[in-house]
Design a protein around this ligand. Structure first.
Ligand code: AP5
Ligand code: MG
Length: 245
């Protein structure tokens, strides 16, 4: 199968050597942020930082943050900015962020975007800071509402390796079983039609303005997410290479 790298550069060539830096994957619930982040991790070897995944890990460990997040997620609401910002700050201190990182689902409000812009500026001025402080490249993935609903209600995840499937669009080889781990696939508790409607309302009121914030800066691209995974990935990779060039 064609990879993002081979689609961009040709299968016989090495991917262009870019320092990817901080990359923001923006877009509505179900556009494919997680799916694409995993493609970019394979290509560039930088970490995916998904605030949704971090909050679900807190929920599974039963922390206070996890209990609060669980309540809010089920209602399609956001976790308070200060709690999410602190969680991201702690993650960015880890050494694997030095060449860049993919933020998946963050920032999701204008105060989160302001916090991130300031955080990266401050880190850039600190000698010995580990975090990659190149200016962010923001990529907005676009998919229409009907397709998003199909993606959300059909999504299944492997609880072991986190591979993302879709019963309609990207089914596993054997129904309900992960191709890689053989584990029984699970469905997220917020992947119902009712919760999706609430998540979309939250997205439109609080997160859509974040897209306009980054559009106004120079390092911004839009990619059509309603294409095969490898083609969406190739679009993201070529946008990042162009904007970092
Ligand atoms: P989060 O987990 O981030 O959910 P989300 O933003 O709603 O996005 P999803 O994870 O649902 O979708 P995705 O874009 O990753 O799509 P995926 O690749 O899985 O957040 C959950 C909750 O946590 C929030 O509601 C909030 O409560 C809280 N939270 C998180 N971040 C927060 C923050 N910053 N501040 C405050 N609160 C926060 O793909 C979806 C499906 O489509 C899959 O089945 C996949 O197989 C399929 N698919 C993907 N790409 C394709 C393709 N190209 N073709 C066909 N099918 C495809
Ligand atoms: Mg996701």
């Amino acid at each position: 199968m064609a990879t993002a790298a081979s689609m961009v550069t040709g299968a016989d060539k090495q991917p262009k050597q870019v320092v990817p830096g901080p990359i923001l994957l923006l877009g509505a619930p179900g556009v494919g942020k997680g799916t694409q982040a995993k493609e970019l991790v394979k290509l560039w070897g930088i970490p995916q930082i998904s605030t949704g995944d971090l909050l679900r890990a807190h929920r599974d460990r039963g922390t206070e943050l996890g209990k609060l997040a669980d309540e809010l997620m089920k209602q399609g609401k956001l976790v308070p900015d200060s709690l999410v910002n602190d969680m991201v700050a702690a993650r960015l201190l880890e050494p694997d962020t030095s060449r860049g990182f993919i933020l998946d689902g963050f920032p999701r409000t204008l105060p989160q975007a302001d916090w991130l812009d300031n955080y990266l500026k401050e880190q850039a001025g600190q000698p010995g800071s580990n975090c990659c402080c190149l200016p962010v490249v923001a990529v907005n993935i676009q998919v229409d509402y009907t397709q998003l609903l199909r993606r959300i209600t059909g999504r299944r995840n492997c609880p072991v390796c986190q591979t993302i499937y879709n019963v309609y669009l990207q089914p596993p080889r054997h129904e309900g079983i992960c191709d890689v781990e053989g584990a029984t696939l699970v469905q997220r508790s917020d992947d119902t039609e009712e919760c999706f409607a609430g998540r979309m309302k939250t997205y439109e009121s609080l997160t859509a303005p974040v897209i306009e914030h980054y559009r106004a800066l120079s390092r911004f691209a839009e990619v059509n997410g309603d294409q095969p995974v490898a083609e969406v990935a190739a679009g993201i990779v070529s946008s990042v290479e162009r904007l970092r060039g």
